[in-house]
Design a protein around this ligand. Structure first.
Ligand SMILES: CC(C)(COP(=O)(O)OP(=O)(O)OC[C@H]1O[C@@H](n2cnc3c(N)ncnc32)[C@H](O)[C@@H]1OP(=O)(O)O)[C@@H](O)C(=O)NCCC(=O)NCCS
Length: 135
């Protein structure tokens, strides 16, 4: 498996939202959103099948958010999500100035299962979701 940075296309994005039954999204709007993301992540298997994705949003200095974290059900529970979160954290560390104290948030649904999934990576619940300080 390989997590590629900034290679996610609108077609790939829409195929992943379809795979988990999220509401259909207009392609033009997806393209606009991808172009304005701080970074995108797309995981592929060795045959180049798209397995999962996430986007990194934010101001590039104080605050980053992980959004649109989806693994195609065909590939769930194979640590694809784990690889994407690890790549997101690594990317934030690369982007930030060494002296900066930044926050990485993840938008979790309110299910205790999903919250515990993100807690495994070090996110803690705050008043508005879950966050992680990166020094
Ligand atoms: C949530 C999601 C991204 C997880 O991706 P994944 O690649 O299947 O997860 P991983 O294989 O990296 O899971 C790592 C560990 O968490 C566990 N886990 C997987 N999905 C979980 C979930 N939804 N809740 C709690 N634990 C979960 C796995 O069993 C695994 O445990 P292990 O380390 O003991 O083996 C994926 O299930 C998904 O895309 N769901 C639909 C969309 C969605 O809900 N997105 C998140 C919106 S907040």
């Amino acid at each position: 498996m390989k997590v590629k940075v900034n290679q996610l296309t609108a077609t790939d994005f829409i195929s992943l939202t379809d795979s988990v039954g999220w509401l259909p999204l207009p392609e033009e709007q997806v393209k606009h959103a991808l172009a304005r993301s701080v970074a995108t992540f797309a995981a592929f298997d060795d045959e180049d099948n798209l397995m999962g994705m996430a986007r990194l949003l934010g101001d590039g200095a104080f605050i980053f958010y992980i959004e649109d974290m989806i693994v195609n059900p065909k590939f769930q529970n194979q640590h694809v999500g784990t690889a994407i979160i690890e790549k997101s954290i690594e990317t934030v560390k690369e982007m930030k100035h060494p002296d900066w104290f930044v926050t990485l948030d993840v938008m979790s649904d309110p299910e205790p299962e999903t919250i515990s999934y993100y807690e495994k990576f070090g996110f803690k619940q705050g008043a508005n979701g879950m966050m992680m300080d990166i020094n």
